[in-house]
Design a binder for this molecule. Structure first.
Ligand code: PLP
Length: 342
């Protein structure tokens, strides 16, 4: 199976073997990696396999450690996946409006991008996905909950995409911890062409540390681990991520409060503000807001020191701004400025 999905030279690749890969067991004196012997830990190379971090993620997500890749943000996983499956001149498929990095990573690698836009209700258009498959797209990138529309795809739709599309199906779950529906991770047992991407940049509050992950079959994760840069996640980030993952209580509290604020913000913005046409339901930590004069509102917020994202040029997002849920006080300020503007 894997052999037919991967570019042939990737399938046959022998990875770089680091000094740390080649010793196993206990050692007291490390004279194998040309490091400076003086220091408090950062003088040593980090664990190239991020073993401890991957074990903790595996436990939290209910998969085997061998099914976890960790990278320099999920952006690294996106890039590696594209390079593993698509040669220059071949293509991947995306479902706009969606996260911009799939297309950028593809084009950077000389890989084409086939668009299968979402339907008006932000659901998948299976006819277009079938056409992408017929055109030989190597991977299909789905985003759920989707950035910037905020909706989560039902698992049945992801299953149907897997049935229709013979290549790799990547489900980006950057916002899964804010969602009410189930993760696609549960499908990994029965689907060896599925990759689920998650990240510590959103709900886990570690965007600055750059830690993202891919969860998939042991074989596919083995390939990503072979083609990544040897020390792709630095020591400071591995330590910060481990510390954060072990403090589940504070994670849960933050997520709960962000979800509460999201719903409060949605109802306050939906109610009685002239100039706001629609606030879409959200399973993420942002709201997509359609307004009469998006540029004007954007500038009004900006002149009060509040920056939001203008998504009005994206397909299906006419007039839309994307607003991240902040602290209760930040959200109060946002509402006040919008009321004044309206
Ligand atoms: C924010 C975001 C990411 C995060 O990427 P990292 O590289 O892990 O910070 C991934 N996918 C989507 C859809 C996002 O919105």
């Amino acid at each position: 199976m894997l052999k037919t999905l991967l570019r042939p030279h990737i399938f046959n690749l022998t990875p770089y073997s680091t000094a740390r890969d080649e010793y196993s067991g206990e050692a007291r004196v490390f004279l194998d990696a040309n490091e400076n012997p003086y220091g408090d830990g950062l003088n040593r190379y980090p664990d190239p396999r991020s073993d401890e971090l991957r074990s903790i993620i595996a436990k939290i997500r209910g998969v085997e450690k061998s099914q976890v890749f960790v990278g320099n943000g999920s952006d690294e996983a996106i890039d590696l996946i594209i390079r593993a499956v698509a040669s220059p001149g071949e293509a991947i498929a995306i479902t706009p409006p969606t996260y911009g990095m799939y297309g950028v990573a593809a084009r950077t690698n000389g890989v084409g991008v086939f668009s299968a836009p979402l339907k008006k209700d932000f659901s998948l258009d299976f006819e277009l996905i079938k056409i992408a498959a017929d055109n030989g797209a190597k991977a299909l990138f789905l985003c759920s909950p989707n950035n910037p529309t905020g909706n989560q795809l039902p698992l049945a739709d992801i299953q149907r995409a897997l049935d229709l599309f013979p290549g790799l199906v990547v489900v980006d779950e950057a916002y899964i911890d804010f969602a009410s529906g189930p993760s696609a991770v549960g499908l990994l047992k029965s689907r060896d062409r599925l990759v689920v991407l998650q990240t510590m940049s959103k709900a886990w509050g570690l965007a600055g540390a750059r830690v993202g992950m891919a969860l998939a079959s042991r074989e596919l994760i083995g390939v990503l681990n072979r083609i990544k840069l040897p020390y792709n996640v630095n020591q400071l980030s591995q330590s910060a991520a481990i510390k954060r993952l072990l403090d589940i209580e504070s994670f849960k509290n933050q997520v709960r409060s962000i979800i509460e604020e999201r719903e409060r913000l949605r109802s306050e913005l939906t109610d009685k503000i002239a100039g706001i046409l629609e606030v879409f339901p959200s399973e993420a930590n942002f709201l997509l807001v359609r307004c009469e004069r998006p540029c004007e509102l954007f500038k009004g917020l900006q002149s009060s020191g509040i920056i939001v994202r203008d998504r009005s040029k994206e397909p299906l997002c006419d007039g839309c701004l994307r607003i991240t849920v902040g602290t209760p006080r930040e959200n109060d300020e946002l509402i006040e400025v919008i009321r004044r503007w309206a």
